[in-house]
Design a binder for this molecule. Structure first.
Ligand code: FRU
Length: 303
């Protein structure tokens, strides 16, 4: 394990019920899949897993539960030595996703169900001693509470210029609600799916539009913006508007794309935090990690 301070990953953990299908099923048919499994999922939860597999100390901070159904998630977090000491607990059953992997196209289709599972609050976050971390990673969700957590980190950074905490954000859902979170971040990874929902057709357009709308809303732009563009690779743009396109690493056989984006995120954090790589170099490394991930099931082979 590394002797760096742990990375704190803030978000949620869910059960992924995965079926492996030769092709995507036709609606309203009854069919058998080729195989299937369940595993711990959720964006910040998967980022924690991959960072841990890569050799970092990791802490996950999200809502856990004492319900029987949640036990499998707790056991897996324990088995992987992902620290959960600050997580509050509820009694509710876990959120879950039904995931269809289609072998012919290599797609993963996710239907998520969170049944109003409670989310962590700023009050929970306040109990954490921020001096224990140099990097805190967030999922874009629960914007009111998440914004207060980020503001607390910014205040901490203003008081402790030499012990600055880097903030990264994985921005995959609910554009309008979560946009303002970007103003506090050092690094924002913005999803292609979200760009498509805004009718932004290219990564360049996405960089421009995202920064333009954020500037109108908050007067700020994103210091380091990263946009994975699926099989086209990824782009990044820094505060000086240096724009780079990084080619993808293609896999001869695509086996499991579930969590590829989370693996990209973890690869990026690792390359920046541990190896101190430049923005384009770190994005290139992240592309490599994501490509490596999809060649096999799960995350254990990623290191
Ligand atoms: C993959 C993933 C899954 C989870 C879903 C939640 O990126 O984290 O593990 O079911 O996204 O949106």
């Amino acid at each position: 394990m590394s002797d760096l301070k742990p990375v704190l990953c803030v978000g949620c953990t869910v059960i992924d019920f995965v079926t492996i299908n030769s092709s995507f099923p036709i609606e309203d048919t009854d069919r058998r899949c080729n195989d299937g499994f369940w595993r711990r999922g959720g964006n910040a939860s998967n980022v924690s897993t991959v960072l841990q597999v890569l050799g970092l100390n990791v802490e996950f901070f999200g809502m856990l539960s004492n319900s029987d159904g949640f036990r499998v998630l707790l056991d897996d977090l324990d088995r992987r030595q992902i620290d959960t000491r600050h997580c509050p607990r509820t009694e509710q059953d876990p959120p879950f996703s039904s995931v269809i992997l289609a072998q012919d196209s290599g797609t993963r289709t996710i239907v998520h169900c969170n049944k109003n599972f409670p989310q962590i609050t700023y009050e929970d976050f306040q109990k954490i001693d921020l001096t224990q971390y140099s990097w805190i990673h967030f999922e874009a969700r629960n914007p009111t509470e998440t914004m207060r957590m980020m503001q607390a980190i910014v205040e901490h950074n203003n008081r402790n210029q030499n012990e600055r905490i880097v903030i990264s954000l994985d921005f995959e859902i609910r554009y309008e609600e979560n946009l303002q979170l970007c103003q506090y971040c050092d690094y924002v990874v913005f999803s292609k799916e979200l760009a498509s929902q805004q009718n932004w057709r290219t990564p360049r357009q996405t960089c421009d539009e995202l920064n333009r709308t954020l500037a109108v809303l908050t007067g700020k732009t994103i210091p380091n913006l990263i946009i994975p563009w699926s099989s086209a690779g990824a782009v990044c743009q820094d505060a000086d508007r240096n724009y780079n396109e990084l080619k993808p690493y293609k896999q001869a056989k695509v086996v499991d794309t579930l969590g590829a984006g989370d693996s990209f995120m973890a690869g990026f954090i690792y390359a920046t935090y541990v190896n101190g790589l430049s923005l384009p170099q770190a994005v290139d490394f992240a592309n490599r990690v994501a490509s490596h991930k999809i060649a096999k099931f799960g995350y254990d082979h990623v290191a």
